[in-house]
Ligand binder design. Sequence first.
Ligand SMILES: [Zn+2]
Length: 165
Amino acid sequence: MIRTNNISFSYTEYGKDEDLAPGDLELVLAAREIALNAYAPYSNFRVGAAIRLKSGIIIKGANVENAAFPSGICAERSALSNSVSNHPDDIPVEIAVAAMTDEGITAGFVSPCGSCRQVIAEEETRIGKPIRILLSGRNNTIVLDSISSLLPLQFNKTQLKSNLP
Ligand SMILES: [Zn+2]
């Protein structure tokens, strides 16, 4: 059997900040705020991630770079490690990501790297629910319903199980 399959996804794009719903803007502003705390002396690319938990608590994380480059950690994983460590039973509902350079907030949205996509996918698997994702720039913000859109055909524990002898 030979078959060609197609995967597609949709997302909502908002223009300026005022187009966002108040709750979404709050989360985006939290991501921008924590980006100021990034330790990014090598790239000068400051990233912030803000996670809203089911209880309403917002957990934030920034990128923390290292002279040994692979030892650095991205904002998304920084925030997720914080939320899982300190609020293991209060599940993430949504995550906003924003970044800035020396010239200020990036014009376009920034997208999570491959490692962060994998880690967000694991968190969706852990909690058994999709996590809404807001990727924000100065000129636009896009909203996706799940990391599955950014990481289709993802590796997860179901594959581990199905491949056990
Ligand atoms: Zn990353």
